[in-house]
Structures are given as structure tokens and as C-alpha cells.
Write a protein that binds this ligand. Structure first.
Ligand SMILES: [Zn+2]
Length: 197
């Protein structure tokens, strides 16, 4: 009797805090029945095979469940969980990929901002103005991204010509046309005839 009682006590012991955290982490703090993500305090660690039916505290028999799913399940055994255990390595890989993607976006935004600043300050200095039309800036940034430094030279040439301010962009586009047509790698950027840009 004593031994039997002891055995029962041992088998129904609660999931330890450490084990609980281990299971929540493994499941990504996500209910494996319905997929809801919740804070640790809102999640239960549930036995797939209930203790009453002989289930134990092995990690394979433990799943993260939200309160509604846990409450609805009662003592029934689930044959299939909605959300498979995500492989830890896979999850880490995805997380790193997301981080890298975010860093790449930030970097390209930074580069774009740098180009915009460069083009804007160069334009303002060359033409003695303190602003530029947004569409013109956009076009010059696009040119700079594609052709690099020569675009600054195009602006300088335009500023030293006697072209009217409102025709400056047309003038720069003309320079670009000639510049591209002289370079096989960029010749495809401009059509032999027809409108620019
Ligand atoms: Zn749930």
C-alpha cells in the first residue's frame, strides 16, 4: 500500500517550473492545439496522454496549450496536434533569416538616405538653390544609384551651362542619354530614339 501510494504520488507530480519553461520554449510560447501565441502566464503545459490514462511528464507527452484549449480538452487524448513541434534549429534559422532581412532593409534605407543627402547638397550648391522638386530628386537619386559619381558631374555640367532652371532635368537627361549610348553596358538604358526616361 505504502509503495503503491508513493508510486501514484510520484507519477502525478506537477510539471516542474524548469520543465514547464522548457516545453513553452520548445513550442515557441504558442498553443499547439490552436496556434495562438500568448504570454507564459496565460499558457498551460498539458499532457497529451492524460496522467489518468498513464501519461507521464516526458517532454514528448507535454504540449503548450492556451487556457481555452486546455479547458476544453479535459481528460480526452488528442490523437493529433494542430501545430507540430517546430524544430529548434529551424526556428533559430528562421529568426536569423528575419534578422538578416531586416538588417538588409535598414542598410538599403541608410544607403538611399546617404545618396539622397549627397545628391541634394550637391544640387543645391551647384545651382545656388536651397530646394529641389521631389520628383527631380527622385530621378537624380535613381540615376546616382545606377550610374554613381558621374551623375554629380552631369549636375555640374548642367549648372555651368546657360540652361534655364526649369530645363535642367531635361538637360541632365540629355547628358545621360549620350553617356549611356557611349557605354555598351548601359546602352540598353536609353532607346535609340524617342522620349527620355
Ligand atoms: Zn489554444
Amino acid at each position: 500500500m505504502w509503495r503503491a501510494g508513493f508510486f501514484v504520488m510520484k507519477s502525478i507530480r506537477l510539471v516542474s517550473k524548469r520543465l514547464r519553461f522548457q516545453i513553452l520554449s520548445r513550442d515557441g510560447f504558442q498553443c499547439r492545439y490552436c496556434g495562438v501565441t500568448a504570454t507564459a502566464s496565460e499558457l498551460r503545459v498539458d499532457h497529451v496522454i492524460p496522467i489518468a490514462q498513464g501519461g507521464g511528464n516526458e517532454p514528448e507527452n507535454l504540449v503548450t496549450a492556451c487556457h481555452p484549449c486546455n479547458a476544453g480538452k479535459s481528460d480526452k487524448t488528442v490523437s493529433q496536434l494542430a501545430i507540430p513541434i517546430a524544430d529548434k534549429k529551424q526556428r533559430r534559422k528562421e529568426m536569423l533569416a528575419q534578422k538578416a532581412a531586416l538588417a538588409a532593409v535598414k542598410e538599403s534605407q541608410r544607403v538611399r538616405q546617404e545618396i539622397e543627402d549627397t545628391v541634394l547638397s550637391f544640387y543645391c550648391e551647384a545651382f545656388g538653390v536651397d530646394s529641389i522638386r521631389k520628383s527631380d530628386l527622385g530621378l537624380l537619386v535613381f540615376f546616382f544609384t545606377r550610374y554613381g559619381e558621374p551623375v554629380l558631374e552631369w549636375m555640374r555640367i548642367a549648372s555651368q551651362s546657360r540652361v534655364r532652371q526649369r530645363d535642367v532635368m531635361k538637360y541632365i537627361c540629355g547628358i545621360r542619354r549620350r553617356w549611356c549610348s557611349e557605354r555598351p553596358e548601359f546602352a540598353g538604358d536609353v532607346q535609340p530614339r524617342g522620349g527620355d526616361v
